[in-house]
Each structure stands twice: as structure tokens, then as C-alpha cells.
Design a protein around this ligand. Structure first.
Ligand SMILES: Cc1cc2nc3c(=O)[nH]c(=O)nc-3n(C[C@H](O)[C@H](O)[C@H](O)COP(=O)(O)O)c2cc1C
Length: 360
């Protein structure tokens, strides 16, 4: 009310922002239409409950957890928050169906299936169990297919993101997908660090956003202090995708900070290639040797703080991590930036005109 009297433009901007994020917030059951992207080793009970308690939507990263471990993690998270949160399951997990049942038994409201096309049985089990299913759509044709098969919401994650990435940037994916999908809410992810950018995608039709990197560096994140300090030091250009040396030996693209490990990975590929060419390793063994290089490396960086040889997965948004902030502060800052951008437009000279006016 005070806002309305003293700051009508601010109040209008806030109302506009709330309207833009209403669909996403309603789908998640939250105050902010912002998901904390699942991050293996990082998105556990503390960070997930902190995000949900602050009005966002925390998502547990199941990763390689067994059903028993996941069950314990969900219960521990429920002990820390009574707000909604989700669970991210990787489709390649050999016990995917059991993990789905764990989520359903624990009354988890939203299951996110990551790492490929959601398999039919898991998809049906989630739906039949009464939970909402969220899937990653890497292209418009797949987005449409997923919706037909009953997916309740989509995440489109651009190559700017931290962790495993696809080849297309969010700028392009958003243009390809957002104008054409109205049936389900679509959340945008990858490289997002400020509210103005989130606002831009909401205006293009996104229902909300998913952020990882900024939350990994939050106060509540259990990541090792070395991991958070590496985020503080890094610029966008330090977060690069893993490099593949030879097309015969594919490397899964993962975006992370350049370090001794990423340099040694190139050397390791070159040495493995030489052994393959010399007949010391067959193709399968060589491929395995390359894939094995990063085994346990994310845990080493996140949990043990070995940010030199470990895998310091981070999005290009890492350049926008300028301090270690509480999750609630991050969420409110993003909202304030979006509202400030909307308010600025309502002024006598729009922000697009201002620079020209200054120059003349
Ligand atoms: C350290 C780290 C680990 C991640 N692990 C996972 C994961 O296990 N599963 C998943 O679906 N996405 C994972 N991601 C991606 C995030 O969920 C999120 O989509 C991404 O971080 C968004 O981009 P941003 O980091 O620029 O905000 C990870 C990202 C980071 C930075």
C-alpha cells in the first residue's frame, strides 16, 4: 500500500513481475519461480532446504545415490523444510525405477528426469504416482514429444550452464522453443546470474528460471571453501567445456573451471591415443581410459576442496558470483534487479534512449 502511494511505478513493476512469474511459481508451489538446479554433491539436504525455505524450489541431486541413500536424503530434507522441493534423477541410473518409487513413497511432488529422454516406464510411474514430471528439452521437436508423452514442465538448459551441457546456447534455445510451447511451463537455465536476464526470458514466455552456479557459492552450500573461493576468483571465460582431442574418442562435454586437471586431461587423451595407435590398447579400453579420468573428480573438488585436480563444474554465470551470499539474499537480489529494470522502463526516458541522450 505504501508503495502505491509513494512509488506507483515500483508497485506496478512489482505487480508486472509477479504476473510474469505466476505460472512458474504456481507450478512449483513457491514464492519465486526459481529452481535451484540439481548439482551432484552440492544439492543435498542443507542447500535444498535453504532454497525452499527462502521461497525458491530446491532440487536434490540423486546422482549415483542408491535408493536407500536417496530415501535418507529426502527424509533429512523434509526434516529441514516443510516447503516443496524436487528430486533430480539421472535416466541412466541402473535403479531408476526404484528411485522413482522412493520419491513417490516420500510424497515428493516434483521429479526431474535428467540426462536423456525420459524412459516410458519411469515417466508413467511418476505420473501414476501423482507427482509432477519435469524433463530437459534440448530441441523443439523433443519438447513437443515430451509434452505428448505427459511431461508436466520443461527445462531448457543452454550450453552456458555448469556441468554436463548440450551444444546450443540458451539465447538460441529460448528463441527456438519459448514462442512455440504454451502447453506446459518452461524454465530456462544456463548462464543466469542476474534478474534482468531472468526478466527477459519471462517476457519471452518462460515460466521461471533454474540456476546452479550462484547457489553452489551460497553460504548454505556445503561445497568446500576452496570450491567457493574458486568461483569468486573466476570470470565467465574461465568456465569452459571439456575438450575432445580425437573424434574417434568422444568426450562428454562438461563445463567447469580451467585448472591443472583440465590441462592434464588433454595430456591423458594424447597419451591414451598414442597407446591406441601403437596397438597397446584396443578402442574400448582406450575409450574407457578416457572416460575414467574424471571418475570421482567432482566429489574431490566439492567435498575435499581439491580445486586443482578435481572437476570444478561451473557455468559461465560464475563471473557473476562476487560474494558468498545467503540463498535468501540471492533470491531477493534477483527479484529486485528484475523489478528495477521494469521500473526504469516506466521513467520519462526509457533505458534504451538514455545512452543516446547522454551522448548528444
Ligand atoms: C557443480 C555442478 C554440478 C551439477 N550437477 C548436475 C547434476 O547432477 N544433474 C543435473 O541435472 N544438472 C547438474 N548441473 C546443472 C545445474 O542443475 C544447472 O542446470 C546449471 O548449473 C545451470 O547453469 P548455471 O550454473 O549457469 O546457473 C550441475 C551444475 C553444477 C555447477
Amino acid at each position: 500500500m505504501l508503495n502505491k502511494i509513494f512509488d506507483p511505478e515500483g508497485a506496478q513493476a512489482e505487480a508486472r513481475f509477479e504476473a510474469l512469474q505466476a505460472r512458474g511459481a504456481a507450478f512449483l508451489g513457491t514464492e519465486f519461480a526459481i529452481m535451484g538446479g540439481a548439482m551432484s554433491w552440492v544439492s543435498e539436504r542443507h542447500l535444498v532446504s535453504a532454497i525452499s525455505n527462502a521461497g525458491g524450489f530446491g532440487v536434490i541431486a540423486c546422482g549415483a545415490m542408491t535408493p536407500a541413500l536417496l530415501e535418507a536424503e529426502i527424509a533429512a530434507t523434509q526434516a529441514l523444510t516443510d516447503k516443496p522441493f524436487g528430486v533430480n534423477l539421472i535416466t541412466m541410473h541402473p535403479q531408476l525405477d526404484d528411485l522413482v518409487q522412493v520419491c513417490l513413497r516420500a510424497k515428493v511432488g516434483h521429479v526431474v528426469l535428467a540426462g536423456g529422454i525420459p524412459p516410458g516406464p519411469a515417466l508413467r510411474a511418476v505420473k501414476d504416482g501423482g507427482a509432477k514430471l519435469v524433463a530437459f528439452a534440448p530441441a523443439l521437436v523433443l519438447a513437443k514429444r515430451f509434452i505428448k508423452s505427459g511431461v508436466d514442465a520443461l527445462v531448457i538448459e543452454g550450453s552456458e550452464a555448469g556441468g554436463h551441457i548440450g551444444p546450443v546456447s540458451l539465447t538460441v534455445l529460448a528463441q527456438e522453443i519459448l514462442p512455440h510451447i504454451r502447453e506446459v511451463p518452461v524454465f530456462v537455465a544456463g548462464g543466469l546470474g542476474r534478474g534482468e536476464a531472468i526478466l527477459g526470458y519471462l517476457e519471452m514466455g518462460a515460466a521461471g528460471a533454474q540456476l546452479g552456479t550462484r547457489f553452489a557459492a551460497s553460504v548454505e552450500s556445503i561445497a568446500h571453501p576452496n570450491f567457493k573461493q574458486a568461483f569468486l576468483r573466476a570470470n565467465a571465460r574461465d568456465a569452459i567445456p571439456s575438450i575432445q582431442l580425437d573424434e574417434r574418442f568422444p568426450v562428454i562435454p562438461v563445463r567447469g573451471l580451467v585448472n591443472d586437471g583440465t590441462k592434464r586431461f588433454l595430456l591423458h587423451q594424447a597419451e591414451t591415443l598414442a597407446k591406441f595407435q601403437a596397438g597397446e590398447l584396443d578402442k574400448t579400453a582406450a575409450q574407457l581410459a578416457i572416460e575414467h579420468f574424471w571418475a570421482g573428480a567432482l566429489r574431490r573438488a566439492v567435498v575435499e576442496g581439491d580445486v586443482e585436480s578435481g572437476s570444478v563444474m561451473a557455468g559461465q554465470s560464475v563471473g557473476m558470483v562476487t560474494s558468498i551470499q545467503p540463498v535468501a539474499e540471492i533470491l531477493h537480489e534477483l527479484k529486485a534487479q528484475a523489478i528495477a529494470a521494469l521500473t526504469a522502463r516506466a521513467g520519462p526516458i526509457g533505458p534504451n534512449l538514455a545512452p543516446h541522450a547522454e551522448r548528444s
